[in-house]
Design a protein around this ligand. Structure first.
Ligand code: FES
Length: 127
């Protein structure tokens, strides 16, 4: 998905508009992104992605301090949990699409097809 493609298909709000809104308005909560042309206030499909964009903008990029190369001991490696998932309210989108995957790696057609599947299954109603 490139910047000029719609992330909110209900209200035709592009990824660029949402990213610029987040950069300029600095919303604290994902629900505030609805002030960007109503993004996220229709069927609900795009909400996990809007939330992900907001969280990505709030995560500071900090360079890791230099460290000595560690000698890994595979037997003592702790089991690491997978990437954090969005809360249960967004589980429906997670079922259809791995929301941890970058939006840029998803074609607009694939995104729209998955949203259609979401709507057709009765999980959300477009305006
Ligand atoms: S795609 Fe954004 S609310 Fe439906």
């Amino acid at each position: 998905m490139d910047l000029d493609q719609d992330i909110c298909l209900c209200f035709h709000v592009s990824l660029r508009k949402v990213k610029n809104f987040i950069r300029l308005e600095k919303p604290v909560r994902a629900s505030q992104i609805s002030q960007c042309y109503g993004a996220g206030t229709g069927c609900g499909w795009c909400r996990p992605f809007l939330e992900k964009l907001l969280h990505a903008s709030q995560t500071p990029i900090v360079a890791a301090p230099p460290t000595e190369p560690a000698q890994p001991d595979p037997a003592s490696e702790p089991v690491r949990p997978g990437p954090p998932t969005l809360d249960a309210a967004h589980g429906e989108a997670d079922e259809l699409l791995d929301t941890a995957q970058p939006l840029e790696s998803l074609s607009a057609q694939a995104y729209a097809h998955l949203r259609k599947t979401y709507v057709d299954s009765g999980r959300g109603t477009p305006p």
